[in-house]
Each structure stands twice: as structure tokens, then as C-alpha cells.
Design a protein around this ligand. Structure first.
Ligand code: NAP
Length: 496
């Protein structure tokens, strides 16, 4: 289930957001700590007005609540009064022990409102996560909930493990005696922050009751995704523990457009799979846990393209030659990972139909992406000149591929005309869109100017080439085409 956390300051504004997102959500959580206190008297009207099961939550400041000016007694009194509205659930922190809090819990049970007994850890993932949740279930009297902050992939895997322990317990597969009914039927477990995003997308698939999301002006907790994105991009409701997991590893990775591209292809091919963003500094942990996670394929981005080459069980020739791996595919029978490079294939795609063999190309930049570009151009039989700010890198790259290279001054010494000029540095990328590594470059108008940057659509480099009459190509077709090849390697299916 998808639960929309409502964090507006008025009841009306919350209802508007609920109505806007109704098609995507199954229930709503009203975060009373975000509401203006003048709204408290109207709280009981919300469940009827929302027309969906509602969770009443008045979070304490210590657990992330934002109303710091109210006393605990007043907070509890507001919830007690609101209960008459017929709330399906109430969220109460697991350290609640004052008389007023215990009275609130009794009143909730008497009103038929199910108690979610929660705890929050904004500093990490506690070692006893599953045990504490099982304890909080009190023999299935309450729904235990934990929201924790994974700082690393090791932490994310601890959340996954806790899901497994809790799910096993629910199904009795750990041999727990359930003669007096289940020890645990429902639980809620999510990881916050960007590292925790996969656990939000997989919350139900891994066994939890729901995931939380935000759609208003404020994020209720770090790492919330919008309800539309959960449904339209990640196909949340169709995911299960059987779904194949694909994803992208990098740091940072949340800006990546790859989840949109791959999940759209998963949908159009009707595959039981999902493509997740894994912000990680520990790619080796994801590779070694592939069987448990159902992980079958990974796109690799900065800063891991070189490092994962050594983590794969085998690598394709292109990875060996380029020295970087942007795709990892897991063999489901042996759980062995093979590394590929699809950047060079993607790079060539928009050049299809252009005569390349025995013609001259200029490559600006000598970083990781330039290696794939030079490999592709040399493979097509082009005569390549590489220029780079750090001349030694250009010289070394040129030596690896049998071409010429050096500093930008080489451009002053050459009369060559280049039918193809490729910009591969990060200069001109958002937000520094005015930057151009070769601002004075003298385009004659016959060149094809190709910038592998895809944000912005037209870099300063491409704008100057276009104004000279050149054909221009930006980095998006390359990104798309390398993803098409990755998707084929991951699934054997075609990405339209
Ligand atoms: P990288 O390995 O870090 O290389 C960066 C390159 O930019 C180096 O040549 C570096 O020169 C140069 N550079 C950086 N700052 C500079 C400055 N102030 N002046 C002059 N040159 C400068 O990065 P990468 O992985 O090659 O990525 C480069 C770009 O390609 C990024 O914008 C990335 O988004 C894009 N890309 C696009 C695709 C796609 O599918 N379209 C795929 C991969 C990458 P030095 O060697 O002198 O530092």
C-alpha cells in the first residue's frame, strides 16, 4: 500500500493534496505536528472528508516532529480529542509511558483504532532492528513501525535482513509457536535518506505493510518519493519478492534519469522487474548479495566505473580496452557477474549513416567518457586527435589507442579540418552552462559537433557550433542508446 504523508499547515490544503493524488494512494497519514494549532479542533472531520483509511500522527520533536512549542500532555490531548473522528490507525512512539499516553492507547483501542507503535532513528540502523519491532508488536496487538537512516549499503542490507526476519516470523517459517494467533501480521519498515530509497520503493515487496510518500510543499521525511513516481515510474503495486531487481550504482545517483528510462522499458515489456537507484560506496556488497536481493543487472556510474571492473567475475573485451565498466550482468544460475561497456555503443548510435572511416576526428577531453569515445572512433577507423587541459592525460590516452594527443595548444598548430568534433569534458554541464572548454574554436560549418553532455540540451559548445552552421548532437541519444544496449543485456528484451 502507498500512504501519503500530509504535511500542509491547514486541513483544507491537506485534503486538496489527497484529492490530487487519490488515484495513486491507498491511505493517508495526517502529520498533526505540521498543522497550525488553529486547525486542531477540526481534526475529527478528516477521516470522512478524506474518504480513505487515515493514520493520525502527532510526532514528538525527538522523533522528527516539527511542533516544538507544544507540551507532551497537550499533544496527547489533541490526539485524544481527534479520535472521535473514526481514524483507522494512530501512530504512537514506542517510548510512550506517561499516564496520558497510556490512556490515549486505551482510548484508541476502545474506539477500534489500530495502534502503530513506532520508533525513529535518524543516526543509523540499530543492530536490534527486527527484535525491537517484534517486541513492539506485543503478540500482534500493535503494528510495529521503524523508520531508520541507512548511511551505507551495509545498513540498507540490514534493513533488508530485518524485512526477511519479520516476514519469516509472520509466515511461521522460523518455527515460532503461533497457537494463540500470529505473533506479527503487519509491520512497517523504511529506510530514510537517499541510501534508503530502494527500501521505500520495495517496502511492500520486501514484506512491509506500506510505504510513505510526500506530494506537498514539504517532504515529511528524508527520501520521500511522490505517489505518482512510485506508481508511474516504479510500478509499486505490482512488485513482489519475486520481482527481478535491476538498478544503477553510483554516488551521487538520485539525479540519474536511468530509473525513468529503464522502468519505462520494464513496463512496456510487461516484465516482473524494477530498476532502483542505489547510492553506494560499497558496490561489492550489492554484488555479493545478488541472490537474496534478486539483483540481476546494474548500470554503473561515477565514481565506480573503474573500480567495478575488478569486482566482476569476468569482463568483456571493451571493458578491458576502455578500462571502465558501466554495465554489470549477473548470471542467475551461477550468480557470477560479467562486466560490459555500453557507452561506446551508445556513443556511435547517433553517428549511424555518417562516413567515419579514414576521416579525422577531434576529441576534447581525456576523462573516463573520452576513453569510450576514442575506443569507438578508432574502432570505426577514424584518425583521432585528443586535446585536454591536462596534456599528459591526452598523451597517455592517445598512446593507448594509437592516436595523437596533447594540450589545447595543439589546436593552434593544426590546419586539419575535422568532420567530427566531440566534446567529452564536464564543462558546460548544468549548473555551469556558460562554460565551454574551447570558446574560441573556429568552426567552419561543415563539422558535426557532438557534446556528450545531456543537461542542458544545448551546451555553450553546441550553441557556438550551431551558430557557425554545424550539425549538432547532444548527449541524450548516447545516454538512451547505451541504456537500450544495457536493457538488452539485462533482460534480452528491446527498449523502444
Ligand atoms: P571525468 O572522467 O571526470 O573527466 C572529466 C574531463 O573534463 C577531463 O577531461 C577533465 O580534464 C575535463 N575537465 C574538467 N574540468 C575542466 C576544466 N575546468 N577545464 C577543462 N577541462 C576540464 O568525467 P567523465 O566520466 O569523462 O564525464 C565527462 C562528461 O561526460 C560528464 O559531463 C558526463 O555527464 C558526460 N557523460 C555523458 C554520457 C552520456 O551517455 N551522454 C556518458 C558518460 C559521461 P582534466 O583531465 O584536465 O581534469
Amino acid at each position: 500500500m502507498i500512504c501519503l504523508s500530509c504535511t500542509e499547515t491547514s486541513i483544507d490544503a491537506n485534503l486538496q493534496i489527497i484529492n490530487k493524488n487519490r488515484e495513486f494512494i491507498d491511505l493517508v497519514e495526517i502529520r498533526v505536528d505540521f498543522l497550525n494549532s488553529s486547525e486542531y479542533d477540526g481534526l475529527h472531520t478528516i477521516p470522512d472528508a478524506a474518504g480513505l483509511p487515515c493514520i493520525l500522527t502527532f510526532r514528538k520533536p525527538a522523533d522528527g516532529g516539527i511542533n516544538t512549542s507544544i507540551s507532551n500532555e497537550e499533544r496527547v490531548a489533541v490526539m485524544l480529542k481527534a479520535l472521535e473522528g473514526g481514524w483507522r490507525y494512530i501512530d504512537i512512539e514506542d517510548d510512550a509511558d506517561t499516564d496520558a499516553e497510556l490512556q490515549l492507547m486505551k482510548a484508541a483501542e476502545a474506539a477500534g483504532t489500530r495502534i502503530i507503535l513506532s520508533f525513529h532513528d535518524f543516526t543509523g540502523v540499530p543492530a536490534n532492528l527486527a527484535e525491537r519491532m517484534i517486541e513492539n508488536s506485543k503478540g500482534d496487538r500493535y503494528i510495529p513501525k521503524a523508520a531508520v537512516m541507512p548511511e551505507s549499503t551495509a545498513d540498507l542490507l540490514r534493513i533488508f535482513d530485518a524485512h526477511r526476519q519479520l516476514s519469516d516470523m509472520r509466515s511461521g517459517s522460523q518455527g515460532f509457536s503461533c497457537t494463540n494467533g500470529p505473533l506479527l501480521s503487519d509491520y512497517i519498515l523504511v529506510g530514510m535518506g537517499s541510501v534508503g530509497v530502494p527500501s521505500r520503493i520495495m517496502a511492500s515487496a520486501w514484506g512491509g505493510m506500506l510505504t510513505f510518500c510526500s506530494a506537498g510543499s514539504t517532504e515529511a521525511a528524508p527520501g520521500h518519493i511522490s505517489p505518482a513516481e512510485l506508481v508511474n515510474v516504479y510500478n509499486y503495486n505490482a512488485l513482489s519478492g519475486e520481482s527481478i531487481v535491476l538498478g544503477i550504482i553510483g554516488n551521487p545517483v538520485m539525479h540519474s534519469r536511468s530509473p525513468n528510462i529503464h522502468n519505462a522499458a520494464i513496463k512496456s515489456n510487461s516484465l516482473d522487474a524494477v530498476y532502483l537507484p542505489f547510492e553506494t560506496d560499497q558496490p561489492e556488497l550489492l554484488l555479493s548479495h545478488s541472490a537474496e536481493l534478486g539483483l540481476r543487472g546494474l548500470s554503473v556510474t561515477i565514481p565506480h566505473k573503474q573500480r567495478v571492473k575488478g569486482l566482476a567475475d569476468s569482463i568483456d573485451n571493451s571493458v578491458q580496452a576502455i578500462g571502465a565498466c558501466n554495465t554489470l550482468v549477473c548470471n542467475s544460475s551461477t550468480n557470477e557477474w560479467r562486466g560490459y561497456n555500453t557507452d561506446w555503443i551508445g556513443f556511435l548510435k547517433p553517428l549511424e549513416g555518417m562516413e567515419l572511416e579514414n576521416r579525422k576526428a577531434l576529441v576534447i577531453g581525456a576523462g573516463g567518457a573520452a576513453r569510450a569515445v576514442v575506443y569507438a572512433l578508432v574502432k570505426q577507423g577514424m584518425d583521432v586527435l585528443i586535446v585536454n587541459r591536462s596534456s599528459e592525460k591526452a598523451i597517455s590516452l592517445a598512446a593507448d589507442f594509437g592516436c595523437r594527443g596533447g594540450g589545447f595548444e595543439l589546436l593552434d598548430d593544426t590546419d586539419d579540418c575535422f568532420p567530427l568534433v566531440v566534446q567529452t569534458t564536464s564543462l558546460g554541464m548544468e549548473p555551469n552552462i556558460e562554460d565551454n572548454p574551447v570558446p574560441g574554436f573556429d568552426f567552419s560549418g561543415v563539422e558535426t559537433a557532438y557534446d556528450i553532455i545531456y543537461t542542458p540540451e544545448k551546451t555553450a559548445f553546441l550553441a557556438s557550433a550551431e551558430s557557425a552552421g554545424c550539425r549538432i548532437i547532444n548527449g541524450f541519444p548516447m545516454l538512451k542508446a547505451q541504456a537500450v544496449e544495457q536493457f538488452r543485456l539485462f533482460t534480452g528484451c528491446v527498449m523502444e
